[in-house]
Structure formats: structure tokens, C-alpha cells
Design a protein around this ligand. Structure first.
Ligand code: NOJ
Ligand code: CA
Length: 669
């Protein structure tokens, strides 16, 4: 160990970090990741990370700046260090994997400054990465006003990266593939490859703090930037005692290792709910896409989507197609104010939406209703009605709600600041009291709080399907970026599965109206049909939507995949892929397997070993593949369905067209 530390010190000198005191280190259980902490000769705290004895993160500063003379970063002395380890398995009511292993070595460095401010830096090193957080105890402080986060991530060498720009209002942005040194700023998860190592910087357990983004400070050096309050303060802490969210680096030798990592969930607190038997994954359809295409409207008029009659039609369709739930948007008063005063009423249905009758009908047919609360960003109006609105739904048997924040926040607050993080938290807790699950659009980024509150099921937080209805759309590479970036944070309600790829039915509709100024009228889906199906598997969501208008599914042979699909998987594995290029993911639910593969603009063949199947068992594989001449640009709807008998020893060649994909359903025979 001693010789290793000397080696690290020698290498650290090369990085200009000589004069280090209190050097202490901890490694991953398998020893290949090492994290070293020190206080340098400027009395600043630093950490660094090596993977297989090569630096991934060069010495990087730790700490915060606060107002009123509160010191959170310099002159700290180590007063003690505790080492501990954990190796446990735990289960969750739903998830990509229902059983997870939490296996790490911990180093808690206890520090103190001249003013008796105490700080514990808690580092946890797993085989799949690192998490650390700050635990401060500032003597006699009534409150602390944080003005800057000094946490740095100095990546030791240049490489390639995949990220969206930093933005405190939205995550609905296109991904960029850039040299690490070419990133100005980025939102997290920010994924990169440096040398042979893939890594992704993010955070876990964001519950009462602003979100962290990354800002380039020169070369491949980054520092944390926090979303501010309107007065410029970044975080407001009451009292002197606080713990920050965990800052995380997922680390893996292959890109798919990042997807298979459970690190974000492992760093969250265990379930806080007394019972979870009321929480279950579901497939759903909804009165939704018609509005985005402009053939229906949210607001009550002669094109109104959420009418009693239409609602029942969707319930009938769900009941006939093995789909558990139906979602309705535009059912309540207030849509006439969307983009204006944003004053929605969450207990007043429009006159043509008889919610009690619809709820009764759904109950009779065994279908759940997913309610909808659009706030337009007016969280004051929402919070005033919060309790009443959730109770009102629950009294009608509606225990699942999609929320939305499409619009600016009041008082100059931004979507991702601490003020709104608190709001999102309040909604999760209120919903839990009414045994209600949530699907949040325009959310705060996922940081794994679903472990603590499993009713926080899914969220948007990236460019979803809607962008294809009224903009240039999401390019073919988008869906093979998401699993390696946004989805590392947690599930996404992308709302996949549009079958009318060129909007042929919508374009024939004389009542279609442009409602979004970004609408180019040449909109379409930029994938093949098979890739739309594959996305149901790839883009994990415990509430998984078949997003098209149901008339586009009726009688379509390929819809059988969604009928067979089970949103309640218990095990998943990303088998192969590269960010922005392709991905292959398999999930198991009740002994059946679902595989999704997708590619970017390039056609490709990928050999997939079926060794995930149970040995000695035969399976009927139903393959939904790109058809003859399929090509996302010129021939997106060509598909074929092939059946095969397969076993665990077999290798399947997954053949994908440009912008295409493949979905496979495996059923034991
Ligand atoms: C944005 C959401 O992402 C979308 O799903 C919803 O239809 C609109 N806001 C209106 O609420
Ligand atoms: Ca959205």
C-alpha cells in the first residue's frame, strides 16, 4: 500500500499537486478504482481517481463558497478518517432490476477548520464508480447562503464525450458528440470516454439543493455550477447542518457497463413508504398524440380530444389489447389560459368530460386512469390545489398522475433551482400520501429518488416524442444517445411507438391546425417502424406508453409486440452498444424476455448471444425486424415479423436498416 501511495504522489507531482498533506485513499472492492484525498499546501481539499493505475480524474478541488464569512472550503485539517465497507443486496418494487447489489468501500474523512466548522467528506468507491458527498456542521449558524460550488472534475486526459448543454430551464435539447476539451458546459449525466475508460458524471439523491451542471474551466477541467435563486444565491440552508447530494462518477470498461450500473440507486436512501403494494408498472395509451399533431385540441372546442366518448373508446382499446391504463390530457378547465395566466383547475373537468362516468367505466373494464396536471409552470397555483387535487382523484380511484411544467416559473425562479427542487419533492410526498404514482414532464433531473419514493415512477427530462410532432424532430442518433446519458439517471417517459411514421392519417385530416410555432408541416418520425417497437424495450419506463392514436394500431400486425410486452420487468441487461451509434438491451418479465436493438443513421448487423435465456429451455422468438429496403429516410414503414425457435446457445444476427432497429419477444415453449 505504501509503495502505491508513493507512486500516486509521484504521479500527482506530474499533475502539479505536490505538497500534499493528509493523503488517504480508498479503493473499490475489486481494487481497480482508487480514490485519493488530500489537503494541498494552499490548504485546499482535493480528490483524485485512478482506474487500473491510470488517472481518470486528476487532483480536483472540493468545497463551496458561502456568504457572511462562513468557510466551507479552506484551512480544513483532517481530524480522523473512518473506513468501512458494505455488501448487501436489496430489492425494489419495480425497476430495470428488482434486486440490486450495494457493494462498496467507504472512506469518511472528518475535518475541522479554525472556526470549528466540521466537515465529513464521505467517499464510496464501488466496482462501477464513485460517489461522494459533503456533510457540514457549521457551529452557531442559523442559515447558510451558498454562492458557489467549487467541486471540480479535472478529467486527466482528453477523449470523446456525449452530453446536452447546461441549461437551468430545460433538458429538451439535442445531444452533442464533442472532444471532452470541446465542451463549454454540460448538463449531467455527462458521459465520456478517456483512454479505455467510459465514465459519466452525475449526482444522486438531489432532494433540497439546486441541480449541478458542469462548466469547463480550461482543457478537460470542469467545475460544478449550481442553478441559482433569482437573487443569485445558489443554495439556502437553514441551520448549520447539511448534507449535499452525492456527486457521482459511474465508471466502466465498456459503454454498456454504465447502463448496467446500479450506483445512482445505491446512493439513495432506502424506501420511505410503509407499503408499496399499490405501486405497479403499467403500459398505457392516451388521448395525447392527436393534440401534438394538431388534429385534436386540449382546450374544449369542436376538436376536443378528451371527451367522454373518446375516453371510453380508449378504455375499450386498452381492455382489448392487454394494456393496463389510459391517460387523458386536456380534460380540465384552464387550457384556454395555457401560455397566459397558466391557471388550471385540477378539480373542474370540461363540460364534455364526465369524469365520474369515465372512472366508473374504467373500473368496470379493469383499466386504470392516469390523470394529468399541467401547471404551465405556475407552481403557486398548483401548490394551492395540491392536496385537494390528489384527494379528489384518489376518491375517484385515480392513483396515477402525469404532471407537466410547460411554461416559466413565477418570480424569476428557474425550473432546476432549489426552490423548484423543493416543489417537485412536495408533489412526490403529497402523491405518496394518496397512494398515487407520478410521471413528471419538464421535471427536475432524475437522481434515483425512486428508491426512497417508488411512487416517483418516471419522468421526461429530455427531448421526447412530442418534438417529432412540431419540430425538425429527434434525429436517428437520439435514441442511441439516451440510454448512455439521460437514462443513466433513471427511467424516461419518452412515449415511444408511433406507427403512422409519416403522419399520413393526420395530414389527410381537414381539421388539422398548426398550434406550435416550431411546426414545419414537414414533420415526421425519423426512424423505421421496427425501431419504434424496439424503443419500447430500450427506453425504459415503468409506465410505458404506446403513444400513437389508437386508430393507427387497430389491425396492425406489429402491435402484437406491445400486447405481449410486460412493463413489469425484474431483470435487464445492456448487451452491446456505443453512445450515439447503437444499443442492444434485453429485459426479463415473468420468464419472458424482450430484446430491443437500435442503430443511428448507419445500417448495421450485430451478433447477439442468447446466453441470457435459461439454459436447456426452448423459446419461441418473434422478431420484429426492418423489412426489405427499409431505411428511416426513404422507406421507414417496411417491416417483417419472423418466428424462430431458439435456445441459450444460439447467436442471432440482428440486422438493422439505416435509422432502424429490431425488437424480439422470447416466450418459453
Ligand atoms: C409537455 C409534455 O411533455 C407533453 O407530454 C404534454 O402533452 C404537454 N406538455 C402539455 O401538457
Ligand atoms: Ca416536454
Amino acid at each position: 500500500m505504501k509503495s502505491y501511495i508513493s507512486f500516486l504522489l509521484f504521479v500527482a507531482c506530474l499533475f502539479g499537486a505536490c505538497g500534499r498533506q493528509n493523503v488517504t485513499e480508498v479503493s473499490s472492492p475489486d481494487g481497480h478504482i482508487r480514490l485519493t484525498f488530500d489537503v494541498d499546501d494552499h490548504n485546499r481539499m482535493n480528490y483524485q481517481i485512478s482506474v487500473n493505475d491510470t488517472f481518470l480524474v486528476a487532483p480536483s478541488q472540493l468545497g463551496f463558497i458561502a456568504q457572511d464569512g462562513v468557510n466551507l472550503f479552506e484551512g480544513f485539517r483532517v481530524v480522523g478518517t473512518d473506513f468501512s465497507a458494505a455488501d448487501e443486496t436489496w430489492t425494489q418494487p419495480w425497476g430495470e432490476n428488482k434486486t440490486l447489489r450495494n457493494h462498496y468501500n467507504e472512506m469518511a474523512v472528518h475535518l475541522s477548520d479554525a472556526a470549528s466548522t466540521k466537515l465529513t467528506l464521505r467517499f464510496r468507491v464501488f466496482n462501477d464508480g464513485v460517489g461522494f458527498r459533503y456533510e457540514y456542521d457549521v457551529a452557531d449558524a442559523d442559515s447558510i447562503l451558498i454562492t458557489d460550488d467549487l467541486t471540480a472534475f479535472n478529467i486527466a486526459q482528453d477523449g470523446i464525450s456525449w452530453s446536452i448543454p447546461a441549461n437551468y430551464e430545460t433538458y429538451e435539447l439535442l445531444y452533442r458528440t464533442l472532444p471532452i476539451s470541446g465542451i463549454d458546459n454540460a448538463n449531467t449525466p455527462m458521459t465520456f470516454k478517456a483512454g479505455d475508460v467510459y465514465a459519466s458524471i452525475h449526482e444522486a439523491a438531489l432532494t433540497d439543493f439546486p441541480e449541478m451542471t458542469l462548466k469547463n474551466t480550461g482543457g478537460c477541467r470542469f467545475k460544478a455550477e449550481l442553478a441559482p435563486w433569482p437573487d443569485g444565491i445558489k443554495a439556502r440552508i437553514s441551520g448549520g447542518n447539511f448534507k449535499t447530494p452525492w456527486r457521482t462518477l459511474q465508471i466502466a470498461p465498456q459503454a454498456v457497463g454504465l447502463i448496467n450500473s446500479g450506483l445512482i440507486l445505491n446512493l439513495n436512501e432506502p424506501c420511505a413508504l410503509e407499503t408499496t403494494d399499490w405501486i405497479r408498472p403499467m403500459k398505457y395509451v392516451g388521448v395525447w398524440w392527436g393534440m401534438h399533431l394538431g388534429v385534436e385540441s386540449w382546450v374544449i372546442n369542436d376538436r376536443h380530444g378528451a371527451t367522454t366518448e373518446n375516453a371510453k373508446r380508449y378504455i375499450d382499446f386498452a381492455a382489448a389489447n392487454n394494456i393496463e391504463a389510459v391517460m387523458y390530457e386536456g380534460w380540465n378547465e384552464g387550457w384556454e389560459n395555457w401560455g397566459g395566466t397558466q391557471t388550471f383547475d385540477y378539480t373542474k373537468p370540461y363540460a364534455d368530460f364526465d369524469i365520474e362516468e369515465i372512472a366508473r367505466y374504467a373500473r368496470e373494464k379493469g383499466i386504470e386512469i392516469i390523470g394529468h396536471h399541467e401547471t404551465g409552470g405556475n407552481i403557486l397555483n398548483y401548490e394551492r390545489q395540491l392536496d385537494k387535487a390528489y384527494k379528489w382523484y384518489a376518491d375517484m380511484g385515480i392513483h396515477s398522475v402525469k404532471t407537466g411544467y410547460a411554461g416559466g416559473l413565477p418570480g424569476g425562479h428557474n425550473h432546476h433551482g432549489q426552490y423548484n427542487v423543493r416543489h417537485y419533492r412536495k408533489v412526490v410526498e403529497t402523491a405518496a400520501r394518496y397512494h398515487t404514482t407520478l410521471d413528471v414532464h419538464e421535471p427536475i433531473k432524475d437522481t434515483g429518488i425512486r428508491r426512497t419514493y417508488p411512487n416517483m415512477m418516471t419522468r421526461e427530462g429530455a427531448r421526447g416524442m412530442e418534438w417529432n410532432a412540431w419540430s425538425d424532430g429527434n434525429p436517428p442518433e437520439h435514441h442511441v444517445m439516451l440510454p448512455f446519458t439521460r437514462l443513466l439517471a433513471g427511467p424516461m417517459d419518452y412515449t415511444p411507438g408511433i406507427f403512422d411514421i409519416l403522419y399520413e392519417r393526420a395530414k389527410k385530416n381537414p381539421d388539422r391546425k398548426q398550434w406550435n410555432m416550431k411546426d414545419s408541416k414537414d414533420c415526421r418520425i425519423n426512424t423505421t417502424l421496427a425501431k419504434q417497437i424496439a424503443n419500447w424495450v430500450i427506453l425504459y419506463s415503468p409506465l410505458q406508453m404506446a403513444a400513437d392514436m389508437i386508430e393507427n394500431y387497430e389491425g396492425h400486425p406489429a402491435f402484437q409486440f406491445f400486447r405481449d410486452y410486460d412493463a413489469d420487468c425484474d431483470w435487464s441487461e445492456a448487451l452491446d452498444g456505443e453512445p450515439g451509434e447503437f444499443v442492444v438491451i434485453v429485459r426479463r418479465a415473468k420468464g419472458k424476455y424482450f430484446l430491443g436493438a437500435a442503430t443511428n443513421e448507419e445500417a448495421r448487423k450485430v451478433d447477439v448471444k442468447l446466453d441470457f435465456l435459461e439454459k436447456g429451455k426452448a423459446y419461441r422468438a418473434v422478431i420484429y425486424a426492418d423489412g426489405e429496403g427499409a431505411d428511416w429516410e426513404h422507406n421507414p414503414t417496411s417491416y417483417k415479423i419472423i418466428e424462430k425457435r431458439v435456445e441459450a446457445d444460439d447467436i442471432l444476427t440482428v440486422d438493422m436498416a439505416r435509422g432502424g432497429g429490431q425488437a424480439i419477444y422470447f416466450e418459453p415453449v
